[in-house]
Design a protein around this ligand. Structure first.
Ligand code: IPM
Ligand code: MG
Length: 360
């Protein structure tokens, strides 16, 4: 029996996770999924209950589990706290504490949503892109960091962008492996014209590519990559990049698909253990209103079934169920367009559960 730790977190987190749990329950009851789960606190919810965003107990349970399903963290309520104890630190602590260095963020356009994207349908139709983001290094974690007061009293903020060759190599390998099973193209994104750290990134990516003769490697500066993503996104198959660039480019890529509310993610360690979460945040402005889109979280469950639980047929089943509810014309407000039916978080979750039955 595999073990899952569920961390609903803050804002819309609990609502969207509840719908994902409904899907898991159906898979367990009706389709033989052997999985048990428990819940724990992270983020603002953990700050309120324990004083810190990542209680020892949560990290311990996460280490013991085979997979973690996370909603979202953060909200207005905790924004004035010191950065070292904000809800986001809970998420970063989990990523670092579990060694989840490989973040996979697929941007897939469901044809039914082509008109929900702000880009022209012909630009995004057929889009199927995978962003592989390094997740436990780079400027997010580099030392030294802080805000110091200079002589004369002016303050200065500083962070450090740092990558070791081994860190670059292992994330590039993940990208090459994935590309080998898809379109066999990897675009490594850097800023090698300005930052030495990413000059090394480019060199290591090039060297590592020699071990993957079936895969073609190209390089792109991050500013150009941002432009190309909105100009002609279908030129990309797999993109591999640093923690910060991947954070930015994946939000950008999400909009190609109609809504950030559609994008799941997997964060994996070297052994394939993973944390699964939607890439959107806690959206405190719509929390508790039954307006949030649960599909990114439900699709994160599909990624978990595929990457950690070794249940690809159930993953397919969940993905086709999502496809079917979109076919039925059901839309949460973020993807709602004329001629479709607007539904809430809960109704969307229920519709996916109902559609599981008929899916392959
Ligand atoms: C993401 C989020 C996080 C990040 C925040 C909440 C710390 O934006 O998962 O993309 O920056 O990594
Ligand atoms: Mg982000």
């Amino acid at each position: 029996m595999k073990k899952l730790l569920i961390l609903p977190g803050d804002g819309i987190g609990p609502e969207i996770v509840a719908e994902a749990v409904r899907v898991l329950e159906a898979l367990r009851e009706r389709f033989g999924l052997a999985l048990e789960w428990e819940q724990a606190l992270v983020g603002g919810a953990a700050i309120d209950a324990t004083g810190g965003p990542l209680p020892e107990e949560t990290l311990k349970l996460a280490r013991e589990a085979d997979a973690v399903l996370l909603g979202a963290v953060g909200g207005y309520k905790w924004e004035s706290l010191d950065i070292s104890i904000r809800p986001e630190k809970g998420l970063l602590g989990l990523r670092a504490g579990l060694g989840l260095f490989a973040n996979l963020r697929p941007a897939l356009l469901y044809p039914q949503l082509a008109s929900a994207s702000t880009l022209k349908p012909e630009v995004v139709a057929g889009l199927d892109l995978m962003i592989v983001r390094e997740l436990t290094g780079g400027i997010y974690f580099g030392q030294p960091r802080g805000i110091r007061t200079l002589e004369g009293g002016e303050r200065e903020g500083f962070n450090t962008l740092v990558y070791r060759e081994s860190e670059i190599e292992r994330i590039c390998r993940v990208a090459f492996e994935i590309a080998g099973k898809r379109g066999r193209r990897v675009c490594s994104v850097d800023k090698a014209n300005v930052l030495e750290c990413t000059e090394l990134w480019r060199e290591v990516a090039t060297r590592t590519a020699n071990d993957y003769p079936d895969v073609t490697l190209s390089h792109m500066y991050v500013d150009n990559a941002a432009m190309q993503l909105v100009r002609a996104p279908k030129q990309f198959d797999v993109m591999v990049t640093t923690n910060l660039f991947g954070d930015i480019l994946s939000d950008c890529a999400s909009m190609l698909t109609g809504s950030i509310g559609m994008l799941p993610s997997a964060s994996l360690d070297a052994a394939g253990k993973g944390m699964y979460e939607p890439i959107h945040g806690s959206a405190p402005d719509i929390a508790g209103q039954d307006r949030a889109n649960p599909l990114a979280t439900i699709l994160s469950v599909a990624m978990m079934l595929r990457y950690t639980l070794d249940a690809p047929c159930l993953a397919d089943r969940v993905e086709s169920a999502v496809d079917r509810v979109l076919d039925q014309g059901l839309r949460t407000p973020d993807i709602h367009t004329e001629g479709t039916r607007e539904v809430g978080t809960r109704a969307m979750g229920e519709a996916v559960v109902a559609a599981l039955e008929g899916s392959s």
